[in-house]
Every structure is written in structure tokens, then in C-alpha cells.
Design a protein around this ligand. Structure first.
Ligand code: FES
Ligand SMILES: [Fe+2]
Length: 516
């Protein structure tokens, strides 16, 4: 299956200053049994393993949560599973800091249990970020500020400053780090944004959406609602991604004018709309939105007379609200044809192509979301003119977001939603911090290419040196000298080409729609 890829879309936020209720205030309802200070209630150890094994389950709308039954018409953002990253892109040798739903978490690989863990990204000692820590020789998560170490359940195992014969202060519940329920499913690490003990077995009640076809997905980031809207908009593909993705002319509509991009009418039907999402059916198959993160596009199942299945290709995407104006996208293209290609194409190369597709979107959605904000999200239906059926899913999503969320993501921590200034284009489309440093395959490829670039430069200089020393002895003929000189030039040109390739694929490449 297609490897996952991660991109960052521009950061945007609402002009209105809103502050969601602090998570701690919501937590008070069910954690009175815990005799530790409020913040540390999240640090209560989970007795069961935090990461469960993968259990296949088909995509289904999540069942209502017993803890969230306060208001049937309000979507409970904290009673959902959220993807963190594809595990293939996470280095098990280091902790990884991520923000999801405004919560800063650290994902790390617990070598002793062979499982991934997700903790609050704050050390119980002095709140230093554990994501800046390291995995110690015993496979524990070590805070690098003063060396406290934690096991996979969040329990403190070692306080270097505590005398060996003194009281066992590391066993105090206040020394625990808050641990979130998490699970690896479809090779993606998911977490549930509650740490109270009553949620430790949440996996038995509710699981992340599972897609049997998705065994090795890929990923990208913008404002949550604008990103979702973009995914629900098939009509933009031939225009916004011109030349990057294939487009097909609808030959069954012979009378109509076709432009060169081959945009066509798209008829779709929306049903099964409720608080958990909706289903859209169209000629090319169906798309299900499982709120709040999952977008699952399924092609129609075609089986030939000889019993063989026709080639199919589907899109699965997870849109993760990170913070106001920031989202992350994890996506994949499961298919039943050309799968061998994925075995020979390096993961970083697939990522560079998908990053390019996302660049073409970012150039548009960055300004689109600012225009939405200027118009006021409550006025979306008035500000936008959507007369054709091709916008059906976008309208359905906007209706869902208004009806069940009042146009707001339910952040897990207090957030001030402000509109940051538009960055310059090199910042808008920058790729190194938004993707490469977070992706093991791209980081490794970048390191190898930089080493190769330096090697070629050194070789070029060495060849020139050799030429000057040996031109009267070993290199007697003009042909020999020319051949050696050509090799030096070739090495130099190749190193320059590689430097340019590195810059474009791992740092920044401009995208100008006008010239596509
Ligand atoms: S802040 Fe983590 S050990 Fe001191
Ligand atoms: Fe990558």
C-alpha cells in the first residue's frame, strides 16, 4: 500500500478570541477518587497496557459514549480517537512531541513491552517537555532536564537526586506522568485524549475507525474545517492539481463543452447524516465521513465475468485538528493494482510527490480560510455560492460543523484563536520542519543525499588534484587528461544538481498555478 506522508498546511485561526473550557475542569466530574492534585489526576497509572493489539473492524460510526450523553446535539471532541502519526515514520529510538486538539503529547516506543505509548508532554518534576528527552539504556523515557525516568505506564522508576536509602519518593503518585490510552491500528498510532482512570479501557467501548484495505498509509497539515472541506471537494482536482493528478473526460456527456482540464458535473447524494458524520454516494463510488477525523473513499466493487475483481483505488485520509489554524493530514491510497510498485518506490520519494500535490492546495486554502474568516463562519452559506451538486459534500460538512460544533473545534486545552499574519511563500510552503524532520524515511534520505553531495564535491576536487599531479606521468595523453577532467566536471555538476534536488524536495519549492 501507499506509504503515508505528512505535510503542514498554513496556520490560520478565527478572528474571534474564544477560550475553551480547560480540560481539567471537565475532568473533575469523574476523578474524585484520586487523591492527587488536579493536574496530577491525569498522571494516574493505567494498570492495563496502554497500547492494545490491532483488531480488524470495519468502518462504522462510533457508538455514543456513556460519558458524553450530556447533550445529544453537541459533538464531544474529547470522546474520539485521534491519529498521531504512521508508526513507520516514527523513530523508536527517540520521543516525538506532537500537538493534537491543542494537547501537547509525547509518543515514544516502550522497548520493554514492544509498544508505543502516548504521554502528556510535561515532566511531573518541573514540567519540562518529555519530547526533548531520550530513551535510556533500560528502554525508559528519560526527562533530560534532571534525569527522571518513566516506564511504559507512566510510573517514575528513577529519580537520580533521591538518596538510595531515603524515602522512595519516586513511588509517590505525584511522580507519575499522565498516560493516554493509545493503540496502533492500520500502522497508525492513535490516542484517546483523556487520561482519567475511567477511560483506561476505552478501547473496549470504542475504537478508531478501521480500514481493512489500509495496511500502510501516508500524510499532511491547515485549519481543520478548511482541510476537511478541501478533501470533500472532488471538483477542485483537475484545476488545483493540474498536471499532478490524472483527470478524465466524461465521454458519456458528448454534447457538452470540455475545457482542457476536463472538469465535469459531479452528481452526489448525501445521506445517513447525523452527529457521527455522513455518507456521500456518487458515480465513482462512495465517501464516508466518520467525524471528526476520518474520510474514507470507496470505489464501486466491480467483478468481471471470470470472477476477477476490477482494479480499484481508494483514498483514506485523517484530518487531525492540531491547534487553532493548524491541522495534520495522514492519507493513503490503498489499491489492488500496481502494488508491486510500492515495494520498489522508496517511501521518501512517494512523500515528495504527495507533498507537491499538497503545495498546490496550500496556495489556495491559505487565502480561502482568511476570506471565510473575514466573511464570518456563520455566514458561510451566504458568502459562498454553491449552485452545483459537486459541492454537496462540502455543504454537508459545513452543515455538520455548524449543527453539532457551532463552527468550533472542541480543543482539549485552553486556546486563543487568533489569525496569524500571512507568511511569505517560502514559509507557507516550507517542507523541512513541517514534514521532513517528522518523517524517518525523509530524514534518512536527506542525510544520505547530503553525504553524497559532499562526497561528489570532494571527489571532484580530488580528481582535479590528481590531474595536476599526474598530467606529465600517469596521464600522458590528451585523451586521458580530457577523460579525467570530464569526470571532475561530471562530479561537480552532479553535486550541484543534487543540491538543487535536495532544496526542492526537502526544503522549499515554489508552486505557481498560472504556469501549470
Ligand atoms: S523537569 Fe523533568 S526531571 Fe526535572
Ligand atoms: Fe516523508
Amino acid at each position: 500500500m501507499e506509504p503515508l506522508s505528512l505535510l503542514q498546511l498554513p496556520r490560520v485561526s478565527l478572528p474571534v478570541i474564544t477560550t475553551t473550557a480547560p480540560l481539567n475542569s471537565r475532568r473533575q466530574q469523574g476523578s474524585s477518587a484520586c487523591l492527587v492534585p488536579q493536574r496530577r489526576r491525569r498522571g494516574v497509572r493505567l494498570s492495563a497496557p496502554a497500547v492494545a493489539s490491532e483488531t480488524p473492524r470495519t468502518v462504522e460510526a462510533p457508538s455514543p459514549s456513556p460519558a458524553s450523553g450530556k447533550d445529544d446535539d453537541a459533538f464531544d471532541w474529547l470522546d474520539q480517537w485521534y491519529p498521531i502519526a504512521p508508526v513507520d515514520d516514527l523513530d523508536p529510538g527517540a520521543p516525538h512531541g506532537k500537538t493534537v486538539l491543542g494537547l501537547r503529547v509525547v509518543a515514544w516506543h516502550d522497548r520493554a513491552a514492544g509498544e508505543w505509548r502516548v504521554f502528556e508532554d510535561a515532566c511531573p518534576h518541573r514540567l519540562a517537555p518529555l519530547s526533548e528527552g531520550r530513551i535510556d539504556g533500560k528502554g525508559r523515557l528519560q526527562c533530560v532536564y534532571h534525569g527522571w525516568c518513566f516506564d511504559g505506564a507512566g510510573a517514575c522508576q528513577f529519580i537520580p537526586q533521591a538518596p538510595a536509602l531515603g524515602p522512595p519518593v519516586h513511588k509517590n503518585s505525584r511522580a507519575c506522568v499522565a498516560s493516554y490510552p493509545c493503540v496502533v491500528q492500520n500502522k497508525i498510532l492513535w490516542f484517546y485524549p483523556r487520561t482519567e482512570p475511567e477511560y483506561k479501557d476505552v478501547l473496549q467501548r470504542k475504537r478508531p475507525p478501521y480500514m481493512a484495505e489500509l495496511d500502510d498509509p501516508s500524510y499532511f497539515t491547515c485549519r481543520y474545517d478548511v482541510l476537511v472541506e478541501n478533501l470533500f471537494d472532488p471538483a477542485h482536482v483537475p484545476y488545483a492539481h493540474k498536471g499532478l493528478l490524472p483527470s478524465f473526460r466524461d465521454e458519456q456527456d458528448p454534447g457538452r463543452y470540455h475545457d482542457q482540464e476536463c472538469g465535469d458535473p459531479i452528481t452526489m447524494k448525501i445521506d445517513q447524516t447525523d452527529i457521527n458524520g455522513f455518507l456521500s454516494t456518487m458515480k465513482g463510488g462512495s465517501i464516508r465521513f466518520v467525524a471528526p477525523c476520518t474520510f474514507h473513499g470507496t470505489p464501486p466493487t466491480k467483478v468481471y465475468a471470470d470472477g476477477k475483481a476490477a482494479a480499484w483505488f481508494m483514498l483514506v485520509a485523517f484530518c487531525i485538528p492540531v491547534a487553532p489554524g493548524r491541522s495534520r493530514l495522514i492519507w493513503a491510497f490503498p489499491r489492488n493494482a500496481g502494488v508491486w510498485l510500492l515495494k520498489i518506490i522508496p517511501r521518501w520519494f512517494s512523500h515528495s510527490i504527495t507533498n507537491r500535490v499538497l503545495d498546490s492546495d496550500i496556495c489556495l486554502v491559505h487565502f480561502e480560510e482568511r476570506n471565510f474568516i473575514a466573511a464570518g463562519l456563520d455566514n458561510w452559506h451566504k458568502a459562498c455560492y454553491v449552485p452545483t451538486s459537486s459541492d454537496g459534500m462540502v455543504v454537508a460538512f459545513r452543515n455538520w460543523f455548524r449543527k453539532y460544533c457551532k463552527h468550533q473545534v472542541g480543543w482539549g486545552s485552553p486556546q486563543v484563536e487568533q489569525l496569524p499574519p500571512s507568511p511569505t511563500k517560502d514559509k507557507l510552503l516550507e517542507r523541512y520542519w513541517s514534514h521532513v524532520v517528522q518523517c524517518t524515511s525523509c530524514s534518512a534520505a536527506l542525510k544520505a543525499m547530503k553525504a553524497l553531495e559532499v562526497a561528489m564535491q570532494v571527489m571532484s576536487v580530488a580528481i582535479v588534484g590528481f590531474l595536476s599531479v599526474a598530467k606529465g606521468t600517469l596521464l600522458a595523453s590528451t585523451v586521458q587528461r580530457t577523460a579525467v577532467m570530464s569526470a571532475a566536471v561530471l562530479c561537480f555538476v552532479a553535486s550541484r544538481w543534487l543540491a538543487n534536488y535536495i532544496e526542492k524536495n526537502f526544503y522549499f519549492q515554489d508552486y505557481v498555478h498560472s504556469y501549470k
